[in-house]
Ligand binder design. Structure first.
Ligand code: FAD
Length: 486
């Protein structure tokens, strides 16, 4: 413990935990002793970038919204901001599988409403009836502001109709959240849609109001920032993890340290128990603890400390997913892989949830003369795939590519990434449960949670969550020790 400053333990070395450790270790003078305990034998959690035979394979996330302020600030400090790749020209646009055929999404989607009339008129994703029903959204009255949550499906069906829900909203939401939109909380996942309904009366009305606002802008007005877009570091998402790890020289980072319990250590401290692979136990005393692990794992750690806190943490369910990456010789792939890939509606009844054409999306993902594709399997109602051996998962992914894209060639690369119980399900009532969780946490000063289980599961949101957790810890340390923030 440095000069009367209590130590800090960060549990979990994913992007949220690493961000928290980095910010805490640099946020004060003198700096507290910071220890990161990570159960796996590597840092990064769901961020997993591998370089194999000239391919750059992402097993987890392949991109992030880098313009979100906490992510932008971190990437600038890590000197990665200038190394971010936009989507390749040829990799723009996504398709939806419909009746076994790929239908490009209409251009200029704005809150699920196509903002370009020509593209909307031309799209073959919807029938004329589906298009009329979508246009009728203009006349659908707003649901009164009674403060209650509803599912994303309920919102989309009542405003846009069943067809647009099934062919657009469901596959997009299932692709982003690996969740069933009939269970997903609108307030926790897409609050801007409800805000548009309440403020303007509907999504089309909100889009038209925005158009009027932009037209009315005078030349002296400050230009709007560009809409957030997905980007990826040149060297893949692992670059962010490596850059953070390189800046943690003052932090004690322990791999293979699985935390089993966080107990009351008396005098406002906590005892953090961890076991290594040989079953040896370590106990660390800390003035503050950041639990940057899935909330279900955090629940187990605090079960004895506070059963009601544990119950609040256990309120979020998690689902499993699999990524199968396949590389092919370009001359054995007849299909033109234009766009970033395709989404598969549940109604298509296929094992795949989505397919990303990684080498079309970002430069440098496959060596010359090769292409790289990623098939996403699993998610709600499809998690049985995890019971199958890798060879079968590769076979399922290859069948998908053969059926949809006609790719029957032997892959030159195949990698399977299993993600068991990792995707948090923000089901209806999620924000109310988080408010209750905050009340339980208030009874444990210095105990903080961070990561994808709470206020956003994107990498950028997890960076924000880690930064916020660091701020809470530093405030706590300032209150109980002589440290000061510069
Ligand atoms: C296949 C896939 C694709 C995705 N694609 C995208 C994308 O393109 N863009 C995007 O923005 N987001 C994407 N996401 C979501 C995003 O990657 C995650 O939400 C985010 O990386 C989670 O970070 P985290 O730090 O909260 O958790 P994690 O990365 O899960 O880190 C938690 C860490 O805690 C460790 N841990 C668990 N239990 C213990 C214990 N008992 N003791 C010690 N350590 C423990 C784990 O080993 C892990 O390293 C994707 C996720 C997946 C799975």
């Amino acid at each position: 413990m440095s000069a009367g400053v209590p130590g800090v333990v960060v549990v979990g070395g994913g992007i949220a935990g690493l961000t928290a450790a980095y910010r805490i270790s640099r946020g004060t003078a003198p700096a507290p002793d910071v220890t990161v305990l990570e159960a796996a034998d590597r840092l990064g959690g769901k961020i997993r970038t591998e370089l194999v035979d000239g391919f750059l394979v992402e097993g987890g996330p392949d991109s992030l919204f880098a313009s979100k302020p906490p992510a932008k600030a971190l990437l600038t400090e890590l000197e990665i901001a200038h190394r971010l790749l936009p989507t390749e020209e040829a990799g723009r646009g996504t398709s939806v599988l419909r009746g076994g055929r790929l239908r490009p999404l209409p251009e200029g989607l704005n809150g699920f409403v196509p903002s370009k009339a020509g593209s909307f008129a031309r799209t073959r994703l919807f029938t004329p009836f589906g298009k009329c029903r979508l246009a009728f959204e203009y006349a659908v009255p707003a649901r009164p502001d009674d403060g209650t949550d509803e599912s994303l499906r309920s919102f989309a069906v009542r405003r846009l109709g069943v067809q647009v829900y099934r062919r657009l909203v469901e596959p997009l939401a299932a692709g982003i959240f690996a969740a069933d939109p009939a269970q997903l909380s609108l307030a926790a996942t897409m609050p801007h849609l409800r805000a548009a309904e309440l403020e303007h009366g509907g999504l089309i009305r909100a889009m038209l109001a925005e158009r009027r606002r932009v037209r009315a802008r005078t030349v002296t007005d400050v230009a709007d920032p560009p809409p957030p877009s997905l980007v990826a570091p040149v060297g893949g998402m692992g670059e962010i993890v490596d850059a953070l790890a390189a800046r943690l020289s003052s932090v004690d980072v322990r791999l293979g340290a699985a935390v089993t319990e966080v107990a009351d250590g008396g005098d406002g401290t906590y005892l953090v128990r961890a076991r290594n692979a040989d079953g040896e136990e370590t106990v660390l005393r800390a003035g503050a603890v950041v639990l940057a692990v899935p909330s279900a794992a955090a629940a187990v750690m605090v079960a004895a400390l506070d059963p009601s806190l544990a119950a609040a943490l256990a309120g979020t369910a998690y689902t499993s997913t699999v990524t199968v990456a396949l590389g092919f010789r370009s001359d054995e792939v007849d299909t033109r892989l234009r766009g970033s890939g395709y989404l598969v509606p549940a109604s298509e009844g296929r094992a795949a949830r989505a397919c990303t054409w990684s080498s079309s999306k970002y430069a440098g993902r496959a060596p010359d003369g090769r292409v790289l594709l990623r098939v996403s399997l699993g998610g709600p109602g499809r998690s049985g795939v995890l019971d199958q051996p890798d060879s079968e998962l590769v076979a399922v992914a290859r069948r998908e590519l053969a059926d949809v894209l006609g790719i029957r060639a032997e892959p030159v690369l195949s990698r399977v990434f299993r993600w068991t119980d990792v995707m948090p399900q923000y089901t209806v009532g999620h924000l109310d449960r988080l408010a209750a969780l905050d009340q339980h946490l208030a009874g444990h000063p210095g105990l903080v949670v961070a990561g994808s289980g709470y206020h956003g599961l994107g990498v950028a949101e997890c960076i924000g969550s880690g930064s916020l957790a660091a701020g809470t810890v530093l405030t706590r340390l300032e209150a109980v020790s002589p440290i000061r923030r510069p």
